[in-house]
Design a protein around this ligand. Structure first.
Ligand code: ZN
Length: 499
């Protein structure tokens, strides 16, 4: 079905917060373990007691640096901490330590696939990154949701956990692009060990700044910005952008002279996932409302060239580069296949590369991996490093079972999975001969025997029922497990043609 182009252009900037994978918090030694009993991971520093002094966690900074380099950001040699002042019950200090005018990194980009059908083609698009900075997280409020007006409680375990805030330029132009951007950030940050990016656990959070540009009176009219919050899955980000942009278009049509960017203040909206609507809330505070000022308790951070170099080395190969490498020789995969493998992570790509080297054919290795390994991983809900069949055992399986009936091949693989055995052992246990064990003369005799035993099928075939030949072939394959499928088919065709 052709998709009608929208009568407006969607313009989105995303603000992503990711929790950095450190054992301890950003400015104190408290643990960051998820799911610990409420308020069990707190100390006077993260509780904001007077007289305490924060000390920066160098590991958090190293990981943030790694992420910023992966986002192609420029790294500032000198960076400082600022207090962002606001009152909120889950922030006992009444300010958050963040970075204001001198973030440690800025001016980067991330390449995403902006193809209309990402399954078929790959259209690279660079989304600009304004800045990525470090800050501490706030705690969590637990509200009574029974509706009986019970108390709200606060859990301060999360207070002070290191967060990386990544702010994109408003260069995302569809719900699909927003999803592609988030998926790429999640894959990349997981692979380089910066964050586990679990949206369910809140270690990846996203706010979307949405407005639309409408062709109007020979020019373009922009609608007021709305920042959509509470987006707790990648698909909800896509739905919220689609809904909010359509809502803004409807507003604009009601009052095109006044519903304009600059005339109406920026607002925040919550996303109600169950109803599939955005709920516009308050006016957004301006930066001046937060009274930012440099934190007098923390020393500025100076970043050396050697630290940057070390972070670059620790980063390893990024997904974008890996995708390109898999499309080149010796693998020569399609953009889609390279994308599927890369999305499964580096360990799976390494497994694939070992199989491809052993069988000497990149495309075939990718197809067989998809037929056998990927589906088994899915079914068993396993990661590749727990998989019972090693890359060498899988390559050996492919060699030994080439040409045998698909059903037998699956049986062999299933046996290998269940018993963590090699292909040879599995074939012996299942009484399946390798194709090389069959010579043509013996197979021709077997075909003739099967035809004699299935006279009715032979007669049906000769009366024009082509499918009847399958019954004879089934008979041959059953009696000769592991016989090469294509050879049996050819011999049967020849024998049937003799009339
Ligand atoms: Zn603490």
């Amino acid at each position: 079905m052709p998709v009608m182009p929208l009568p407006y252009r969607i313009v989105v900037g995303l603000e992503v917060h990711v929790q950095i994978l450190t054992d301890t918090k950003l400015f104190c030694g408290c643990r960051t373990t998820f799911g610990a009993p409420p308020n069990s991971q707190v100390c006077p520093v993260c509780l904001g007691m007077p007289g305490t002094l924060p000390v920066m966690n160098r590991r958090a900074f190293e990981l943030a640096l790694r992420a910023a380099l992966a986002l192609n950001c420029k790294i500032a040699g000198f960076t400082k901490w600022d207090r962002k002042n606001y009152y909120y019950p889950d922030l006992p200090k009444n300010y958050q330590i963040s970075q204001y005018d001198l973030p440690f990194s800025s001016d980067g980009w991330l390449e995403i696939n902006a193809a209309v059908d990402p399954k078929k083609d790959y259209r690279p698009k660079k989304v600009g990154i304004i800045r990525a900075h470090l800050e501490e997280d706030a705690g969590k409020l637990l509200h009574d949701e029974t509706g009986r007006g019970g108390d709200s409680k606060v859990d301060l375990n999360r207070t002070g956990t290191p967060l990386l805030e990544i702010v994109s330029k408003p260069e995302i132009n569809s719900p699909e692009e927003a999803k592609a951007y988030l998926e790429e950030i999640r894959l990349m940050l997981r692979e380089i060990g910066v964050s586990d990016c679990e949206m369910q656990e809140g270690s990846l959070r996203c706010d979307a700044n949405v407005n639309i540009h409408v062709p109007w009176e020979g020019g373009t009219a922009a609608t007021p910005l709305v920042e959509v919050k509470n987006l707790n899955s990648i698909s909800s980000v896509g739905r919220a952008i689609a809904y909010e942009s359509a809502r803004q278009y409807a507003e604009f049509q009601k009052d095109p002279a006044n519903y304009r960017f600059g005339q109406v203040l920026k607002r925040t909206a919550g996303w109600d996932d169950a109803r599939g609507v955005t709920v516009v809330q308050r006016h957004k505070e301006e930066a001046a409302d937060y009274r930012y000022f440099p934190d007098p308790d923390l020393v500025p951070v100076v970043v050396s060239e050697s630290e940057i170099e070390a972070a670059r080395v620790a980063m390893g190969e990024l997904p974008a580069r890996q995708r390109k490498r898999l499309q080149a020789e010796p693998y020569a995969l399609s953009a889609y296949d390279a994308g599927v493998l890369t999305a499964k992570g580096r360990k799976l790509v390494a497994y694939y590369e070992q199989v491809a080297a052993a069988v000497g054919d990149g495309k075939q290795a990718a197809n067989r991996l998809s037929d056998f390994v990927l589906s088994a991983l899915n079914e068993r809900k396993e990661a590749i490093d727990q998989f019972p069949v090693s890359s060498a055992a899988f390559a050996d399986f492919l060699k030994q079972t080439t040409g045998i009936a698909q059903q037998d091949r699956r049986g062999v693989f299933q046996f290998m999975l269940e018993h963590a055995s090699d292909a040879g052992t599995a074939m012996k246990a299942l009484n399946i001969q390798p194709p090389s064990a069959f010579d043509e003369r013996a197979l021709r005799a077997a075909v003739r025997e099967a035809m004699a035993a299935n006279a009715q099928a032979v007669e049906d075939f000769r009366k024009g029922k082509a499918a009847a030949a399958n019954r004879i072939k089934g008979h041959v394959m059953k009696a000769n497990k592991g016989a090469p499928n294509d050879v049996v088919q050819r011999l049967l065709d020849e024998e049937l043609a003799k009339g």
